[in-house]
Design a protein around this ligand. Sequence first.
Ligand SMILES: NC(=O)C1=CN([C@@H]2O[C@H](COP(=O)(O)OP(=O)(O)OC[C@H]3O[C@@H](n4cnc5c(N)ncnc54)[C@H](O)[C@@H]3O)[C@@H](O)[C@H]2O)C=CC1
Ligand SMILES: O=C(O)C(=O)Cc1ccc(O)cc1
Length: 300
Amino acid sequence: MLKKIVIFGVGLIGGSFALALRKAGAVEQVVGLGRSTASLLRAKELGIIDVIGTSLEEALQDADLVLLAAPVAQTESILAAIKPYLQTQTVITDAGSIKVEVVAAARRALGEKIVQFVPGHPIAGLESTGPDAAIDSLYVGRKVVLTPLPENTTEQIALVARAWQQCGAVIHQLTPENHDAVFAAVSHLPHLLAFALVDDIARKPHAELLFQYAASGFRDFTRIAASSPEMWRDISLANQTAILTELDAYIAQLTRFRGQLAAGDGAAMHAMFSHAQSARQNWQRNIEAAEVQPEPENDE
Ligand SMILES: NC(=O)C1=CN([C@@H]2O[C@H](COP(=O)(O)OP(=O)(O)OC[C@H]3O[C@@H](n4cnc5c(N)ncnc54)[C@H](O)[C@@H]3O)[C@@H](O)[C@H]2O)C=CC1
Ligand SMILES: O=C(O)C(=O)Cc1ccc(O)cc1
């Protein structure tokens, strides 16, 4: 049982964490802090947080766990601000989609208190943002990747792991470097491609006509282009090197495909489509299906 958790950034991710812990009866008090008063008031109205933190000292007093769930570029300034008030029993974690730069920012901000920071990343989300998007079932059956630091104690790592497990999540561990390389390929690149495609279409002179006829393939491919621009700007800049590697590989793939199409090489195109089709089917059958959970009761 956590007596007090403090959440910086009570949006989709921070709000869902609070709701899930509440549902599990795993937390007594949730304090929320953020950039937007309107959003914090809404989080309180929705029963996500008990208290809107006004003083950092008061908010951090007797806190068991702090979750950073703001866009990743905010990490250093939030941690620098809380450092003077951080008591030794408090463990800090984060939900940022990148880890190498988050860890570097945490080291700069926290100095010797870095021992108290256990980095994490829930592999669950949506394209919608803010407290209204938060749901208590977001993490059920989903993975949370922890990238613990050599300085962390077993107890600190266990406290963070337990909190996510109480939200229904399954804990995995990676190094920050492996984490960022993996997610550049399977999360960051797809989001950036979706943004780029929708932006390209929306700038065409006949965009209105195109959108008029866009159907489910367009919807499936581009859903994530409705995600937060600030969040994705921060992720792109913070994971620049790994994303550039994946982007270059994808550009080479598109160039190869362009050559096949221009040459009318149906056999080469069919081979590539078949390879992709079976990889997608295998992923869905063997990996994704294992995570699928019953619909939450409160979903219409
Ligand atoms: N959206 C998604 O699907 C996922 C997001 N993440 C990560 O979770 C974090 C939060 O994302 P979301 O909840 O989706 O975004 P969100 O936009 O729903 O919530 C972020 C909240 O942070 C607040 N905020 C901004 N600057 C702040 C600051 N300096 N101090 C305190 N609060 C601040 C905003 O006002 C907002 O309420 C990001 O770091 C993102 O990389 C991780 C997994 C999935
Ligand atoms: O909306 C989706 O399908 C996502 O893929 C959400 C998501 C976005 C960012 C992450 O770091 C993890 C998950």
